[in-house]
Design a protein around this ligand. Structure first.
Ligand SMILES: CC(C)(COP(=O)(O)OP(=O)(O)OC[C@H]1O[C@@H](n2cnc3c(N)ncnc32)[C@H](O)[C@@H]1OP(=O)(O)O)[C@@H](O)C(=O)NCCC(=O)NCCS
Length: 151
């Protein structure tokens, strides 16, 4: 997409960021309370917290978002990078926005000397899988999860 820019989200872009993230959460029928949204937004701009957000800007409008998190690994000297959330605004899909966001995360992960970028998707997410199959290998692992009670 000519004119597409991938860059870190700026502290003055909360509204546009939240619009994209809400679209992503709606896609998963998930809801996150306002105080947790506030916390995530502040963590993204906290240099001591390894959560990061890149956005895709087209003609001055934010059309895509990716969140990624660095975490230590018992297997390697360098960190791993978990690509947690990826969303392209519906009107901008199929134009390479998500591909550009993922490639930008790869660049950031290399800068951080990470050994690996990994991410999950739903088995039935055909558009996402069509993209991911061109970018990475399937690990063969399946995810187990137990949601813990608060407190
Ligand atoms: C999945 C998603 C991020 C893809 O974003 P996008 O910006 O449209 O993706 P891109 O344009 O970069 O995709 C490029 C490739 O993905 C594949 N692809 C993307 N959308 C597709 C679709 N609807 N049908 C089939 N293939 C598709 C194509 O192989 C395409 O290849 P091409 O570049 O050779 O044409 C977007 O559809 C989205 O936000 N969906 C809702 C949230 C979601 O599923 N996020 C990922 C969760 S893990």
């Amino acid at each position: 997409m000519p004119g597409l820019a991938i860059r870190a989200v700026r502290p003055d872009e909360r509204e546009a960021w939240e619009g994209l993230w809400s679209g992503y959460l709606d896609f998963y029928r998930a809801s996150i309370p306002p105080e947790t949204r506030d916390l995530t937004w502040s963590r993204i701009h906290d240099p001591l917290v390894p959560i990061h957000a890149l956005v895709a800007e087209d003609e001055g409008v934010l059309v895509g978002l990716v969140h990624y998190v660095f975490h230590a690994s018992a297997w390697t000297r360098g960190p791993y990078c978990y690509l947690q959330d990826l969303f392209t605004a519906p009107s901008s899909r199929g134009k390479g926005v998500a591909r550009a966001l993922i490639e930008a995360v790869m660049v950031e992960a290399r800068h951080a000397r990470a050994d690996r970028v990994h991410w999950l998707t739903m088995e039935d997410n055909a558009p996402a899988r069509a993209l991911y199959d061109t970018l990475a290998d399937r690990s063969g692992f399946i995810q187990y999860r137990r949601i813990l009670p608060p407190g």
